[in-house]
Design a protein around this ligand. Sequence first.
Ligand SMILES: [Zn+2]
Length: 132
Amino acid sequence: MNIITQFLNFVYQKVIKKSSKTKDTGPERAYERLLKKQGLRMNKDYFKQCPVGRCHVDFYIKPWNTLVEVNGCYPHCCKKCGFNTESYGIPAKQKRLQDFRRMLFLQSQGYEVKVVWQHDLFKKKTQHQGGK
Ligand SMILES: [Zn+2]
């Protein structure tokens, strides 16, 4: 009985660990790696999904008093990557306006606001790998 419980607990933790790992992928994860490289610590120097008013911002970096939005190229209709029409059914113009308003709101709360684009993160990553 005890062994079974232990086993189930083990399986459960494996599954939870795995699912939280897969959930936390993509550009946010790549950006977080950059923060860690600079010696910043989670929940001490930087915070994830930080609530500001009605918004949840990807990162808040305390020593810089900076909010960082990590924008995926498709979801945020990146011009540079040619996503000029829509994102999940929202027209690109409307989406960009939403992002712009959000940015103004966050700035009005007294923070520095920085937008990091997915294409910049992955460009940096490949450059880094190439340099090795
Ligand atoms: Zn892009």
